[in-house]
Design a binder for this molecule. Structure first.
Ligand SMILES: Cc1ncc(COP(=O)(O)O)c(C=O)c1O
Length: 421
C-alpha cells in the first residue's frame, strides 16, 4: 500500500499518467488534469464504455482514519467503479436514472431487505432512507413522538447527545436525566440509579459518541412501560448485532459505517408512525416516508446504491457477528498499545465503555501531538486529528478500516514513542 505524499507524487503514480513519469519538470495542476477522451459522434443510442484505467486493489490507497465521511470497503468502491459507466447494461449510470425506474426500484428494495437481514429487523418495524443527516433526526424524533408539552428523557454522554437534547427543546419538554459533561464525557452511568420521568414519551441515548469515544455496551430500559428507547447509532450502526426490538426508533447517518454521506437510515416501530405534530414538515414526518417507501421525493439514489453494496459486503463477511469480532480485534490492539505505552499515550475513556469505532487519545507530551499527526500522514495514515472541540488524536476504525491499517498505526505509535522518550 503506497502512500501518496504530495499531489504530484500521487498523480505521477496514477495509471492515467504513465508518460508523465518521464517528465523532467514538476507539472502544474493544470497540466496534470486528465485530458478528456475525444469521443466520436455515434448514432447508436448507447455508447460503448471507454476503456477504463485499470485501477487495481491496494494501488495508491491510504489508511483513512476519518470520523466521517469515512473509509469504505475497497471491494465496494471497485464494484461501484465497474458498474458506474453503464449500470447493468442500462446504458447509463445509476446517478442518471429515475428514482422511480425499475433499476433503482430494485436497488432500494434490495438495500432494505439486506439491511433487514443484517440487523434482523422485525416485520413490525419500518426502514426508511431519509435525508438531512442525523442532525435532522434530532428534531424529527420529538416531532414524531411527542406533543409540544410531552416530556422526554435524555442521557447525554457526549456532544452529539447534547445537540439532540438541545434541539428537542424546540419541540417538546426534554429532561436531561444524566450528563457526563463534568467528567469530560468519559463515562456512561449505571442504569439503576437513573431518575427517569414517569411520563416521558421516550428515553434518548447516543449509542456511540463519535467525538468522545464512549459507547453503550448494553442499553437502559425506559421505566415508563409505554415509553420507548430511541438511539442515535450514527457511528456504530451495523458494527455489531443489535436487538432492534429493544428500541422504538434507531437512526443513523450512513457516512461512517455503511456508505457515503447523504442518507440517514431510520428504523422505527410501525405503531409509532402517524402521530407527528401538525407543524411537522413533510420531510420530517415518518408517515409520509413510510407510506411512500422512502420515495416521497427524490432520494439520494447514489448513496443508497452504495449503502446497498456495503450491506451485501457485510452479509458476505458472515453478518454482524463476524463484523463485530473483527472490530473488537482492531480496537483491542489499539487500546492495548495505548495502555501499554507507560503513559506516553492516554485514552481518557473509562475502559468498560470504550468505543470500538472511535478511539480518542492524547500524548502525555501534548506538544508532540501535531508532529505525531503530521508524521503519520506522511506514512499514509490520515485524518488522525481529534475533533476540534477536544483536540488530541482520534483514530476512527469503522468496519471498513482493515486490520492492516490498525497494525500499521500501532507500529507507527511504538516507533514514534521510541524516538521521543
Ligand atoms: C453520533 C453522531 N450523531 C449525529 C451526527 C450528525 O450527523 P450529520 O452530520 O449526518 O447530521 C454525527 C456526525 O458525525 C454523529 O457522529
Amino acid at each position: 500500500m503506497a502512500a501518496a505524499s504530495t499531489p504530484q507524487s500521487f498523480l505521477l503514480q496514477h495509471p492515467l499518467y504513465p508518460s508523465l513519469k518521464t517528465l523532467s519538470y514538476i507539472p502544474s495542476k493544470q497540466h496534470l488534469r486528465p485530458r478528456p477522451r475525444l469521443s466520436t459522434v455515434s448514432c447508436t443510442a448507447v455508447h460503448p464504455a471507454p476503456a477504463s484505467p485499470s485501477v487495481t486493489k491496494d494501488q495508491d490507497r491510504i489508511f483513512n482514519f476519518a470520523a466521517g465521511p469515512a473509509t469504505l470497503p475497497e471491494s465496494v468502491i471497485l464494484k461501484a467503479q465497474s458498474e458506474l459507466y453503464n449500470y447493468h447494461g442500462s446504458g447509463m449510470s445509476i446517478m442518471e436514472m429515475s428514482h422511480r425506474g425499475k433499476e433503482f426500484d430494485a436497488v432500494i428494495k434490495r438495500a432494505e431487505s439486506d439491511l433487514r437481514l443484517l440487523l434482523a429487523v422485525p416485520d413490525d418495524y419500518a426502514v426508511l432512507f431519509l435525508q438531512g443527516g442525523a442532525t435532522t433526526q434530532f428534531a424529527a424524533v420529538p416531532l414524531n413522538l411527542c406533543e409540544p408539552d410531552d416530556a422526554a428523557d435524555y442521557i447525554v454522554t457526549g456532544s452529539w447527545g447534547d445537540k439532540a437534547f438541545k434541539e428537542a427543546q424546540k419541540f417538546c419538554k426534554p429532561n436531561l436525566i444524566w450528563s457526563g459533561k463534568s467528567d469530560k464525557y468519559t463515562k456512561i452511568p449505571p442504569f439503576e440509579g437513573l431518575e427517569q420521568n414517569p411520563n416521558a414519551k421516550y428515553l434518548h441515548i447516543c449509542a456511540n459518541e463519535t467525538i468522545h469515544g464512549v459507547e453503550f455496551k448494553n442499553y437502559p430500559t425506559p421505566s415508563n412501560r409505554d415509553a420507548i428507547l430511541v438511539a442515535d447509532m450514527s457511528s456504530n450502526f451495523c458494527s455489531k448485532p443489535v436487538d432492534v426490538s429493544k428500541f422504538g426508533v434507531i437512526y443513523a447517518g450512513a457516512q461512517k459505517n455503511v456508505g457515503p454521506s447523504g442518507v440517514t437510515i431510520v428504523i422505527v416501530r410501525k405503531d409509532l408512525i402517524g402521530n407527528a405534530q401538525p407543524i411537522t414538515p413533510v420531510m420530517l414526518d415518518y408517515k409520509i416516508h413510510a407510506d411512500s417507501a422512502s420515495l416521497y421525493n427524490t432520494p439520494p439514489c447514489f448513496t443508497i446504491y452504495i449503502c446497498g453494496l456495503v450491506f451485501e459486503d457485510l452479509l458476505e463477511q458472515g453478518g454482524l457477528v463476524e463484523v463485530e469480532k473483527k472490530n473488537a480485534k482492531k480496537a483491542g490492539i489499539l487500546y492495548d498499545a495505548i495502555d501499554g505505552s507507560d503513559g506516553f499515550y492516554v485514552c481518557p475513556v473509562e475502559k468498560s465503555v470504550r468505543s470500538l469505532m472511535n478511539v480518542p487519545f492524547t500524548l502525555q507530551k501534548t506538544d508532540l501531538e501535531k508532529k505525531f499527526i503530521e508524521e503519520a500522514a506522511k506514512e499514509g495514515m490520515i485524518q488522525l486529528k481529534g475533533h476540534r472541540s477536544v483536540g488530541g488524536v482520534r483514530a476512527s476504525i469503522y468496519n471498513a478500516m482493515p486490520l492492516a491499517g490498525v497494525e500499521k498505526l500501532v507500529a507507527f505509535m511504538k516507533d514514534f514513542q521510541a524516538r521521543h522518550l
